[in-house]
Structure formats: C-alpha cells, structure tokens
Design a protein around this ligand. Sequence first.
Ligand code: MLT
Length: 260
Amino acid sequence: MLHRDVAGLHVHEAGEGRPIVLLHAFPVDSELYEDQLAGTFAGWRVIAPDLPGFGKSPLGEVASLDDHARAVLGVLDSERIERCVLGGCSMGGYVAFAMLRKAASRFDGLVLVDTRMGPDNDEGRRGREETARRALEEGTAGLIEEMLPRLLGPRTLSARPEVVSRVRKMSERATKEGAAAALRAMAARPDSRATLEAFARPALVVVGAEDPITGPAEAEAMCSVLQSSSLRIVEGAGHLPSIETPAELNAALAEFLSAL
Ligand code: MLT
C-alpha cells in the first residue's frame, strides 16, 4: 500500500489498473478502506484520500462539500486520471454527489455505501451547528463517544472490540476544525435526487442492515431514482460495512467492478 500527498490531500492507494476512488465517512478517514486497499480487486487501482481536515490531510480553506469535491477532483487531475469509478460512504457519498454535479462524465460507475440523497431538515441543521460549536469549544471527544454507538452495528459493538477501537482511533485523528467544517458543510448540502436521476452509468448501492443513520430505506430510495442500480443489504453491518463486514462488501464490489 502506498501513502503519499497528492494535490494537498493525503492519499492511500493500492493495486494497478482502472482507478476507483473511495471517499470516507464522517468523522473517520481513509483507513476506513484498509480492507478494500488490501489488493483484492485484480485490474483495479484503489485510491482513498483523507478528505480535508481528516486523517493526515490539512483543512486548508475548505468550507463546503463543493470545496471537498474540488479537492478530490484536484487529486484526479494531478494524477492525470480522466475517468474512474467513484465511491463514497455516508459523508463520502455527499462529496461524491458534489463531484457528479461538477464532472459526471468522468465517472464510469458509482458506489454508494450507507448514504442518503436528501438534505438535512431544519432540526438536523440546528443539531449539526450545535455539535460543530461544541467541537470547536471542547474538542471532538464528546462527539466521538456519542457517534460510536451509531456508527457501528450492535454485533460489531458487542463482539468486535478491535473494529470499535480502529473507528475510535480514526475519529480521534480528525481535527476539531475539520470536524466542525464538515458538519457545517453537510448541513448546507443540497438535495441530490436530481443528480442521481441524471446519472446514466451503473451504480452499486450498499447498506448495512443495522444502520441507524442511513438505513435500508434510504438505500432503496436512491435505487428508485438511479437509472441503473443494484442494491446489497449487508446483514451484520451498521453504518460502516467496509470495516464491519469487509468480505461481504468486497464481494459486492468485485462483482460490480467486473461488470463495468
Ligand atoms: C457520516 O457517517 O459520514 C455521517 O454520519 C453522515 C451524516 O451525519 O449525515
């Protein structure tokens, strides 16, 4: 596995061939995809950046999800990647939607993991602003302890302490400024329904059956508007199947990529 800085972002990558870019959820980082970076997809180059303010990527001037999208497109430009498959988990999905709005023709396929196309309601926006303010004043420890039980499914929480500890470590690497900026950016995100309706290439939609944040109903809603999609509901996973049930996610990904 290669770790390097590209166009202002820290990137993990592995494998050779057609590129697939995987964007992580909030408040973790690209280590979320360690099991996908383990070289399981023959003929594919897996690229997982730390989004601005997470992992080892500096926040810089980034404030909106459009800024996040521009940062990732900057990595593609710098690597001279004209076209790729684009994937994102939760917040990573929101960034992927922003990238589609800027450059849909660059993406041959879409992988959406535990994410949703709708915007926040007023209550959700207020909650995010409150959490952002608290993170800036007190640090991210409280946010992490509140989020952990919602990020992971009950089976992971009770039987896989090593996964819980990996997710906690990743979350602790997020800076408070990065977390607050991402919360405010997510609160301001637009409805992405029309973006998904317009996407004409194949999409794989994956969701953990035990996800309390963006569960199967959200995944089904995205499939109902996408032109070409397949849905995988993963038993035993919560919000982060790439780390909770990597074998199942990798099997679904391998099947999807082999048909592209
Ligand atoms: C995430 O996992 O990226 C966040 O839970 C997404 C959200 O809060 O909407």
